[in-house]
Ligand binder design. Structure first.
Ligand code: F0G
Length: 465
């Protein structure tokens, strides 16, 4: 039997299946454990030591293109569903399952926009700042990149139902993919802590929606126990297969920059899945000889949910070749518990104080020579208004990137003439309340207040002036 490879050549199907099944495996990130598991298991934490798992590849068994722009050939065959997908058109870089299991609903048709007005706002030169609009995905956020991969793994292992904890976007995305596959899905959201657009999606796509009396971190704890007890397939970013899909966001930025890497990637930090995935993507591309230089990464927390910032900048927590100082983390969390701390920010998507991917993120910071900053809500809202006025708009968490970039340029960490790509993670309609309040209540310097007008032609003309 014949099947097509990445460059359209024909290979023997049997060979292809073998290649794909032994080409990928799971591996514990703890160097003192390093246990390996096959991809047919949904375990999500190392059964040996409890640490996070990676998906790893035997690259010599995968036909990876010799250069990145070979992927451009896929545009010619985009009537093939996998070549159309903004995730699977790079499938040799995340080939953990056979093509027949690969799930797509057309994710990843996103654009990278040069935005000179936003550049001016952050004091950068024209032509240097690029905005990657992940809000253009089917469910309106970057999560769809990850869900395409996670649900492919779910199909591969025959999962029948799935669950997640969420600040909103994961639930919307999971619910949409699950509905497309007719799987049952259950979401755990913190009661009153989820933007309306996202809650609306989860309900509309048919997910069973549990509003837990607690915050995201409480939901995250509960969902892990529930999944273990009831055998539900967990699609949070603890799931290493999901993070494989999110690597594609970086591939598309490179693609849209003419197959070149930017100098910097700026990304909001919540549960730290994206930053972890991006670091892994660059590490692998470098290892494969597909890029020469790894971009630096800036991860931006909100001031009201600044665990990563505090641990990295104040407590000097670092990857340390995988031997992360657990005591620093334990002490920090014990202090949060003692103070009954619950995170608060207008950027509800990143309102998280115990990020599950912390250690992978530390690794990504190490790989990318990364930095972490935090920004207050007022600056997030002003930056969001700039993206709305001069770009395609975004939700608050996404705008933290622009606010953080402004600090980094002012500090001289990022040069005004470097090439920077900010990942705008979610669509503006996800959180209409925040936007309406900002403009109506004149909350910031870019508020654009609506004007009350009498139902009278002359008066209306006078008002338009
Ligand atoms: N931006 C948006 C719009 C998000 O929804 C999230 C995370 C992030 C940024 C942070 O990304 O977790 O990879 O660091 N939202 C998750 C959710 C937590 O449940 O929807 P991260």
């Amino acid at each position: 039997m014949q099947s097509a490879t990445w460059d359209g050549r024909k290979v023997h199907r049997k060979l292809c299946i073998n290649m794909q099944s032994d080409a990928a495996y799971q591996k514990c990130i703890n160097p003192d454990c390093g246990a390996e598991y096959d991809c047919g298991q949904a375990i999500f934490k190392c059964p040996g030591c409890g640490e996070l798992l990676d998906v790893r590849y035997n690259w010599d068994r995968i036909e990876v293109p010799k250069k990145l722009n070979d992927f451009a050939q896929r545009w010619r065959s985009r009537n093939n569903r996998l070549d159309f997908s903004g995730v699977w058109r790079f499938r040799e870089l995340l080939n953990f399952c056979e093509d027949k299991y690969k799930v797509t609903i057309g994710e990843g048709q996103t654009i990278l926009q040069q935005n000179d007005e936003a550049a001016k706002y952050v004091d950068m030169r024209p032509g240097c700042l690029y905005l990657q609009y992940e809000g253009l995905n089917p469910s309106g956020s970057f999560k769809d990149n990850g869900m395409a991969a996670a649900f492919s793994h779910a199909m591969m292992i025959g999962a029948k139902s799935c669950a997640c904890a969420s600040t909103g976007n994961t639930s919307a995305s999971m619910a949409l993919y699950a509905a497309s596959l007719r799987l049952k899905s259950t979401v755990f959201v913190g009661s009153g802590r989820i933007a309306f657009g996202k809650l609306a999606q989860a309900m509309d796509y048919g997910a069973q929606t549990l509003q837990i009396h607690g915050d995201f971190d409480d939901c995250m704890r509960q969902v892990q126990d529930v999944c273990a007890k009831l055998g539900l397939y967990l699609v949070n970013s603890l799931n290493p297969f999901r993070l494989e899909g999110q690597k594609a966001i970086m591939y598309r930025i490179i693609e849209q920059m003419g197959w070149n890497v930017p100098d910097w990637i700026v990304v909001p930090g919540g549960n730290l899945g994206n930053s972890s995935a991006f670091g892994k993507a660059f590490w692998e591309l470098k290892e494969l000889g597909l890029i020469k230089q790894i971009p630096r990464m800036a991860i931006i927390n909100a001031t009201g949910a600044s665990t990563l910032f505090d641990l990295v900048n104040d407590k000097k927590l670092a990857w340390n070749n995988g031997r992360v100082n657990q005591k620093i983390i334990d002490d920090y969390y014990a202090d949060l518990t003692a103070r009954k701390f619950s995170p608060h920010t207008c950027a509800s998507a990143i309102e998280i104080s115990r990020p599950v991917n912390l250690k992978k993120c530390l690794r990504a910071i190490n790989i990318t020579n990364g930095v972490v900053r935090k920004v207050p809500d007022e600056e997030i809202l002003d930056a969001k208004a700039i993206v709305g006025k001069y770009g395609l708009g975004c939700e608050p968490a996404s705008a933290a990137t622009i606010a953080g970039l402004r600090h980094l340029v002012a500090e001289g960490v990022i040069g005004g003439d470097e090439k920077v790509a900010c990942v705008l993670t979610g669509h503006p309609l996800k959180d209409p309340n925040i936007t309406v309040n900002y403009h109506k209540e004149r909350q910031g310097q870019f508020s654009n207040q609506p004007i009350e007008a009498p139902n009278d032609l002359d008066e209306i003309i006078k008002l338009i002036g």
